[in-house]
Design a protein around this ligand. Structure first.
Ligand code: FAD
Ligand code: SF4
Length: 406
């Protein structure tokens, strides 16, 4: 009697055996979890090396994505990461309801229309709540446009990776913030994709949905009608309300003591403000008022920008002013948890707006302010993580300032 040999078992990848963690369960990064969504997919199998809050691997990520890591002795790369081009831009025909002029949504739309990709990973909003994020794999331009405007809350973007197997999607454009992109890059080689494009947003000071409520109630006169807000280059927060009216509040008038605990611990320990792993980054803080700031990190990023470049009013980046004294004063004021009376906050705001940093120097002001605050927060709350968690570029920046004792 002959026996038929059983076929050799096909090799099974770790993610084929893994299951998403149950929603609401404690995640591996514990209190530092940014809810990036990786653990809500089978790619949780790689969480130990992928999670931005368990281990920071900037050099390796930059080398994989761009072919080299940033040059620390080049001031622009030190601050803004690997890049081959930096410009400011606005869509000549802005998209109604977008966060700025809608360059990000337009790139998503064009990527689908031209067949560059089969789907766009982006974030729509819950029908019940404008600020509750709903990540999707958009297959049509309408679905991409429905994701326009920031949901300024932690968003589990990577949970939709779970939908990739069997979806027919082979080429994907992923839009996301730094922590989501770090995890995505770490698992990229294991995804069932032929091509991945990454369009990044700079990100800082994100909050949980509950934290957002506290922030809105503290900062706006009418928190329940806010539909859009941004921390602008004129050192004011601009709130847009559902009836269309604008409210602006000077940064220096914020109730710092009440807001110290509002930001998510993940964001207080993050140094990926400018989204180091993305192919193309579209923000605003390195541009002058009303324009967007575009950083092309590699040829894939330029391919994405090519999709919309004929529709853009482009200009070179500029940089004026000197941020350093303002950053040091901000560190000292934050430490004392000072709350200025509104008349004084308005006065300081007018002065800083007139004589303060602009363009790339404003971007450096914001990076310095957040890196110094976050380094101190880590030293105080997670001293065991300081060594592994603060990347070389952030150390070099933080060392330029006088920090209070941890
Ligand atoms: P739109 O065309 O309106 O598209 C917005 C895109 O953002 C959509 O595709 C959507 O999928 C995506 N998105 C929305 N919410 C989230 C989310 N929570 N997580 C991941 N993706 C999301 N730029 C700076 O220069 N400095 C900053 O400090 C800064 N902070 C930011 C903080 C957050 C939480 C976010 C989401 C963005 C931040 N940005 C920052 C980027 C900036 O506000 C704009 O999003 C960017 O300039 C694109 O504008 P747009 O009009 O082209 O975008
Ligand atoms: Fe998982 Fe993302 Fe949270 Fe890290 S940040 S524990 S990868 S969900």
């Amino acid at each position: 009697m002959s026996t038929v040999p059983s076929p050799a078992p096909a090799s099974v990848a770790p993610h084929d055996r893994a299951r998403p963690l149950a929603k609401g369960s404690l995640k591996p990064a514990k209190d530092l979890c940014s809810d990036c969504g990786l653990c809500d997919s089978r790619w949780v199998a790689y969480v130990r090396r992928a999670c931005a809050f368990l281990e920071q691997r900037f050099e390796a990520m930059e080398e994989r994505a761009h072919g080299r890591s940033r040059r620390l002795d080049d001031e622009d790369e030190l601050y803004f990461g690997v890049h081959q081009r930096m410009v400011t831009a606005r869509l000549r025909q802005p998209i109604e309801g977008a966060q700025w002029t809608g360059i990000v949504s337009r790139i998503g739309v064009r990527a689908l229309e031209t067949g560059l990709v089969d789907a766009v990973l982006c974030v729509q909003q819950s029908p019940d709540d404008r600020f509750t994020p709903v990540p999707v794999l958009a297959r049509t331009p309408e679905q991409v446009l429905a994701a326009r405007v920031n949901k300024p809350t932690l968003s589990p973007n990577l949970e939709v990776l779970e939908q990739l197997p069997g979806s027919g999607i082979e080429r994907l454009l992923a839009i996301g913030v730094g922590c989501q992109i770090q995890a995505l890059r770490a698992v990229q080689a294991t995804l069932p994709l032929q091509k991945l494009y990454v369009l990044g947003l700079p990100c800082v000071d994100n909050v949980s949905r509950q934290g957002l409520q506290t922030f809105l109630e503290s900062a706006s006169r009418s928190p329940e009608t806010v539909v859009h807000y941004e921390f602008m280059q004129d050192f004011r927060i601009h709130f847009r309300h559902s009836d269309g009216h604008q409210e602006t509040v000077p940064f220096f008038g914020l109730d710092t003591p009440a807001l110290k605990d509002v930001f998510a611990p993940s964001c207080l320990s993050c140094f990926d403000y400018t989204n180091a792993g993305a192919d193309l980054v579209v923000g605003y803080m390195g541009a002058t008022f009303g324009r967007q700031w575009v950083t092309v990190r590699n040829p894939l990023g330029q391919e994405l920008l090519d999709l919309v470049e004929p529709e853009l009013d482009l200009a070179p980046v500029t940089s004026t002013g000197d941020r350093r004294q303002a950053v040091q004063q901000g560190i000292d004021a934050y430490e004392k948890a000072l709350k200025l009376p509104m008349w004084l906050a308005e006065l300081v705001g007018v002065f800083v707006q007139r004589f303060g940093p602009k363009g790339l120097e404003y971007g450096r002001f914001s990076i310095d302010s957040h890196f110094t605050r976050n380094a101190l927060w880590l030293q105080r709350h997670h001293p065991e993580k300081v060594e592994a968690h603060i990347p070389a570029f952030a150390r070099k920046i933080v060392a330029r300032y006088r920090l209070p004792k941890p």
